[in-house]
Design a protein around this ligand. Sequence first.
Ligand code: GLN
Length: 491
Amino acid sequence: MTDLTSLTLAEARKGLDSKTFTSLELTDAHLKAIEEARALNAFVLETPDQARTMAREADAKITKGEGGPLAGIPLGIKDLFATKDVRTTACSKILGNFVPPYESTVTSQLWRDGAVMLGKLNNDEFAMGSSNETSCFGPVGNPWRREGSNTTLVPGGSSGGSASAVAALLCMGATATDTGGSIRQPAAFTATVGIKPTYGRCSRWGIVAFASSLDQAGPIARTTRDAAILLRSMAGHDPKDTTSVDIPVPDYEAAIGRSVKGMKIGIPREYRLDGMPAEIEKLWSEGAEWLKAAGAELVEVSLPHTKYALPAYYIVAPAEASSNLARYDGVRYGLRVPGKSIGELYENTRAEGFGAEVRRRVMIGTYVLSAGYYDAYYIRAQRVRTLIKKDFEDCFAKGVHAILTPATPSAAFGIGEKGGADPVEMYLNDIFTVTVNMAGLPGIAVPAGKDAQGLPLGLQLIGRPFDEETLFSLGEVIEQAAGRFTPVRWW
Ligand code: GLN
């Protein structure tokens, strides 16, 4: 039998249905792979007993012909999703050994459909970061290395554990979240597929909140088809999240292989940055050519407020974060560092519980929301956000179906290489992705090629609200043309 971990989710589903192997065998193969890959630090908690129990249950259901759409498929869960009776920390010291008494809506839908939980995946603390280096559990290794080099690279972030685990064949797919790029950037750094659906498509209930008006869950998988299968289970209306939208969830998988003939693809002028590496330029034109060859029409478009997206994001996101993170006070759950008064207890707990990047965001957020600065910063950033959204609306009103851009301005970099002295250097990673969150639109990152050092690069497709299907169709065209990319095992 071929190694079960190298199957795609769709292939595994077939094998399970035809009883070529059981979910327990598939799960055991992944648990073994996880054990052998501890050097990557992708998992912060392994749940083998629970995984085997869930796998046996799935096998029983499959035998009875009652298996759901994900019956027996082993997945990894970003540690930002609350999992009932299983430690959930957002990779922050402040949550300590918090064990939620409830399950997030997204994960509960995965279990409803028969998936198996392998464990919890590493991420940047409270999902703040682009390299997974802010996690209290330490950095994650990217399974990809530069040709001829032993330097361990970051897998991107904040969903670094999810991307690394999927790329290293430790799970068949993973949950992730994206506030400014945290699904798409790590996907691009690891040659995996990541989709951030439209804001409101997946319930945020039970996901540790970072910036509530931007946060959105989505899958990271090895193919566009696998991502489509996962998103169908993750998406849907939830009365417990008032921003979740009550429109039917389509069969996303049906969009795979659908013709893209006649689709208008926008190429935004403003994404052509000064000093952009020639390899990224080349990848972008190649991607456009592939879509053209499949019958799509390319049109140059303008998104004039693009350059304000990153600065506006770094006002809106910290503002919301400072408000969301006010709940971590050491009183009801998580870490508690005592003090002589309740005020001191708060101060001590928060000073010790939050890492440097989180403290920076809380301070920026508090500052931009404070009396006297609120109008100058926060209100202004919200106005800019409206303009960014309008840029996209204008573009779609002209008949554009989707917009093609690079996913990231560079390939993966080394651990400790970026953002040490200047945090903005790290923030620039999200230059192509934050606009999409600011506008609430869906965006997919698909592996499209490699740089001169052999590292994967991704392209991004941005779609109309709730038109994830078009992104899957176009994404698959790129995937077919570019081929699949697998890292050489070193761990
Ligand atoms: N890198 C961005 C940030 O640190 C986005 C993170 C995310 O999408 N969660 O805010």
